[in-house]
Write a new protein. Sequence first.
Length: 286
Amino acid sequence: MQEIGFIGTGVMGKSMVQNLLDNGYVVHIYTRTKEKATSLIENGAIWHDNPAKLAGLVDLLITMVGYPTDVEELYLSEGGFLETMRKGTVAVDMTTSSPELAKAIYKEGKAAEIGVLDAPVSGGDVGAQNGTLSIMIGGDPEVFERVRPVFEVLGENIVFQGEAGSGQHTKMVNQIAIASNMVGVTEAIVYAEKAGLDPEKVLKSIASGAAGSWSLSNLIPRVLKDDFSPGFFIKHFIKDMRIALDEAKKMELDLPGLALAEKMYQTLADRGLSEKGTQALIKYYQ
């Protein structure tokens, strides 16, 4: 697992690749806009302009792209990764994607004698930079053990969840919890401001108490500085919430909190804020 391919060096992927380079791995990379990977190339990453050819060169292929449609095209299209990867190698999709798609890729990988894991992450840009991501894994346990040393470079909370698709289902649980929490922490700060309180002092009082959460401690300080740069894009969060709503519908499960959060974030997207970070939910009230 010394030769790693990494597809998608965006907000999180870029830092993840840098951590792999810093830990001595040879990393081959591809992203749609080469200029965004300039610093990685300067630090030793090997650039390829053809992702399918890249996939045939490496022991481990990691994908971190935007949408399930991207994942499906990369893996399952004619000439896709499962056709160009060598037998005995491993593919890990770390995109937040559909559990059903994860199962389909696993099945095709099994037939091609390629190990496949779905391993979405949580922790945002900060977790990616610090190598402290939470990683949720689905697939075969023996394949997970082969990849574990790489996961340990990228994250701290690494949990094998079960069969293929389990990682993606766990990420849906994560996003459901975040969605309603973002509404709560945002409304709390709006209330504090309307009551004439100093939001920074309020944050000191509540962040370490029962109201404390990752979003309150990490995203609300950005809000108070008018920093809406994306640790995680609104457009990608909407995608995640819609996957969760679709999965809930299949299970005949009503999730009104998630539905409300999705509607609020879509309102922001309609206002042209889809490229902002999820903390920009505060603008819904402004």
